[in-house]
Design a protein around this ligand. Sequence first.
Ligand SMILES: [Zn+2]
Length: 240
Amino acid sequence: MSRKDPTPATLKALFAKSGNRCAFTKCSNAVVDDLNIFVGEVCHIHAVLKKDARFDPSKTDDDLRHYDNLILMCHAHHKRIDTRADLYSADSLRLMKSVHAAQYDHGQFSVDTSVLTQAALQIVQDDWEPHLDSAIEILYYSIQRERVSQGEMNHVSSNVAGITDAQLFVTYTKLFKKLPPADQLDLYREQQEWRAQRDVYAQKQIESHGGSLARLEYSEAFSEFTKLRIEDLKKRITFA
Ligand SMILES: [Zn+2]
């Protein structure tokens, strides 16, 4: 658990006062469904990251993970308050939360460990981004000299293709995490199809069939195609 993640005790308290309803005014969406699946979201009033909603640099990690900074909502309302932070100030959200909690003062909604685990689960922490660009730079640097063999060129380009693919994997996972379940399934299928297309595309770029350049041509096309996909998915993360 990162120092920024809420503790199980904090999550338990949040659920207890939620009445198993999204805290957004008049929303009746459950946060835990009849199969004990956590379908809601733990939202931050002040975001953890600078680029996100209602970020306040004066907040410490302890403030960010504190009960007072968290609010349980359905996916649609989480998206609404974070996308239009201009309409939903920290004060207005705290008010919304306290009015909602007052309604459920008596009905203590209790959840089991499975729900707490689901609520604490983050596939990829938002502030975790491996710096693979420099690994690619070093690979290219290693062939910046005279008399580089075809074998070395092939080796470097196929490694760059692998690293670029890893960068795509990270971006894909981050987007996946931000989507509601129905859209996750669409993205999964789309990605499967895209991977098949990438292979077809890269195969087509091979001009020297049977020659020693074939592997280089394939890897370079593979990397180019992958980079475009990374850019596309990154844009979609911003709007998800
Ligand atoms: Zn809602």
